[in-house]
Design a protein around this ligand. Structure first.
Ligand SMILES: [Zn+2]
Length: 395
């Protein structure tokens, strides 16, 4: 005999006494239950059995089991089941909201629902359309809230499969035998084995929060009930904070943001130009310092407030061998440039004789190499570079 599914009889029952009929490890089977097993996009219920937590409810053929880790119940035990009511009630509301929205989509726009996700924080409906106008989304939201304000009763009809098929409901019927058809007046009729609230007023409110494209279809995103209100309050808090920061009204914020973005882009451009100017001066100073000998430059340029990459393009117009390092916290960055007179020196040579000194990592393509290294033995690293280039030259 199957588990008595009391959640259909009274979806508002929060507790029940039941007998253990079977134990299979963490799975506790009862003769009757009010805990809804996962199905139709609705998650399995949670709660307690004699104050011991169960974390999920699942179907097993005709039976329903409660996942209750580390229980020490035995067959024949009489248990008090208490539901995590907030959890369950949230899903009843979100699921009912999905019926209302999918029903209106179908009745007013001839738009079908391909898949849904009913989460505690978001409700998503994947439509069978490639695009769906924002204005239509607001109309849909409005119509759903009208149904909610009318506090329409949700009712049920049970009929055999043949009769149900003749109703031509918005979704084909996958179940067999006795079919349960859920009706929401003027809005939706569909075969569904899920749990719903008693009247649409309990959903309280739906809020359209955007759309995205999945599998070439528009997926609509909604917040439901308290979650919708939380979202609106959060938005208001953000706007209020920005109003204070910019001493501006909400409608001025977008303009201010655009102006600030333009300013940032200009500053960044100026900053890049100034950096290049300073980097070029630094480079020229070093070249002049070494110009009477072979131009082999190895210097610590940590004092300059820009990254080594500022030199990347500048070095290329000079014939020289160059190693720059820059200390950043407990590491260094290094940049090596080998101009035309030094292009016979391979990265392999550098790696075997130079990199091990500071545990250097990195690479590149001639004539430019760069990477990171440990911030130890940096003086030796710099002097060895000069020595290595000179030695290679003598050969
Ligand atoms: Zn349903």
């Amino acid at each position: 005999m199957g588990t008595e599914k009391r959640y259909y009889e009274n979806p508002y029952a929060r507790s029940i006494m039941a007998l253990v009929t079977k134990i299979d490890g963490d799975k506790v089977y009862l003769n009757k239950t009010i805990a809804y097993p996962e199905g139709g996009g609705q998650p399995g219920d949670k709660g307690t059995l004699n104050n011991k937590e169960f974390i999920d409810t699942q179907k097993d053929g005709d039976l329903v089991y409660h996942l209750c880790p580390n229980n020490n119940f035995s067959v024949g035990d009489k248990l008090l089941l208490n539901l995590d009511w907030d959890y369950r009630y949230t899903y009843m509301k979100v699921h009912t909201a999905q019926h209302i929205l999918s029903g209106i989509l179908y009745n007013k726009f001839f738009v079908g629902t391909l898949s849904v996700h009913q989460g505690a924080n978001i409700l998503t409906i994947e439509t069978d359309k490639e695009n769906f106008d924002e204005q239509h989304c607001y109309f849909l939201e409005n119509e759903a809230n009208k149904s909610i304000n009318r506090c329409e009763k949700i009712s049920y009809r049970e009929m055999d499969e043949d009769k149900a098929q003749k109703l031509t409901l918005r979704r084909s019927i996958k179940a067999h035998g006795l079919i349960r058809v859920v009706d929401i007046a003027n809005v939706d009729s569909i075969a569904c084995g899920g749990l719903h609230v008693e009247n649409t007023g309990e959903v309280n409110y739906v809020l359209y929060v955007g759309q995205e494209i999945v599998r070439s279809h528009v997926r609509l995103l909604f917040k439901v009930g308290d979650e919708a209100k939380r979202t609106l309050r959060l938005m208001q808090t953000i706007v209020d904070e920005l109003n204070v920061r910019h001493s501006a009204q909400a409608f001025e914020l977008l303009d201010i943001d655009e102006k600030n973005t333009t300013k940032i882009i200009e500053f960044e451009k100026e900053n890049r130009e100034l950096t290049q100017l300073v980097a070029n001066t630094v480079l020229t100073t070093f070249i002049n310092k070494y110009k009477d000998v072979d131009v082999i430059i190895s210097e610590d340029v940590s004092e300059y407030p820009f990254e080594l990459s500022a030199f990347n393009d500048l070095v290329k117009s000079h014939d020289m061998a160059l190693l720059f390092i820059k200390k950043i916290e407990d590491e260094i960055r290094w940049l090596i440039y080998l101009g035309p007179s030094y292009d016979y020196i391979s990265l392999k040579n550098l790696k075997s004789e130079l990199f091990s000194i500071v545990n250097a990592k990195g690479g590149g393509r001639p004539p430019l190499f760069q990477g990171k290294a440990d911030n130890t033995e940096t003086d030796k690293f710099l002097s060895s570079f000069r020595k290595l280039i000179n030695e290679q030259k003598k050969e």
